[in-house]
Design a protein around this ligand. Structure first.
Ligand SMILES: Nc1ncnc2c1ncn2[C@@H]1O[C@H](COP(=O)(O)OP(=O)(O)O)[C@@H](O)[C@H]1O
Ligand SMILES: [Mg+2]
Length: 202
């Protein structure tokens, strides 16, 4: 059983400046959570901690995920040199998954990416890059998927397509945390809203 993500007395400092101070916060297992808060509130910092990328913090995070269960898509995703196929297949490769070609065929089909398959990642539009990054993040079926402001570069149609993907992904029992203030999300994908208050305004 995967349990909820429970944060207790979490403190994070950058150069002795406190950027996070959370006494208690829970993200529902199997749920969709929206993480809100103004610029500099620490949303991206918190996602990095939950993704186990940033391990320098005080306090306790109680969850049942290990690193390879978790996937975080940055607002400005980094593409590897090479084509779209190589980028999406990469997480499968490093996890030594079997039948990668078959999985890739399915992914490219489901996400309507067959035409972009052999395109150099560096030549993609920003919207295409965002989509490829999200499919890459989903490719290995992480139990916890986190998206940091995923729609900045997406048009409405692409947003709705993404929301539909996320809805199905959540229905399969996976946990999703999204940093966004985009109403297309709130209206089309039910989730709990969690607000991070910005520190240092005292
Ligand atoms: N690597 C870093 N080094 C120093 N300060 C940082 C670093 N990353 C973020 N910060 C600071 O931490 C605070 C929170 O940033 P961030 O998590 O990016 O906020 P948000 O995503 O909510 O806009 C900001 O004041 C930011 O300047
Ligand atoms: Mg941010």
């Amino acid at each position: 059983m995967i349990k909820d993500i429970k944060i207790k007395n979490l403190k994070k400092f950058f150069n002795r400046k406190d950027v996070l101070n959370i006494s208690e916060l829970t993200f529902k297992n199997g749920g969709v959570s929206y993480l809100l808060g103004e610029n500099g509130a620490g949303k991206s910092t918190l996602l990095n901690i939950l993704a186990k990328i940033d391990k320098e913090y005080q306090g306790k995070i109680d969850d049942s995920f290990v690193e390879k269960d978790v996937s975080l898509v940055d607002a400005n995703p980094y593409m590897l040199k090479g084509d779209v196929y190589k980028n999406i297949a990469y997480p499968l490769k490093i996890r030594r998954r079997k039948n990668i070609d078959k999985s890739m065929g399915d992914l490219l089909e489901i996400f309507n990416l067959k035409e972009l398959k052999n395109k150099e990642a560096s030549k993609l539009s920003s919207g295409e890059t965002q989509k490829v990054a999200i499919v890459r993040a989903l490719s290995f079926s992480p139990k916890l998927l986190m998206l940091d402001e995923p729609t900045a570069n997406l048009d409405k149609e692409a947003k709705l397509e993404l929301i539909d993907i996320l809805k199905k992904y959540n229905e399969q029992g996976n946990t999703i945390i999204i940093v966004t203030h985009d109403h297309n999300f709130f209206e089309n994908l039910k989730g709990e809203k969690i607000v991070l208050e910005k520190l240092g305004k005292r």
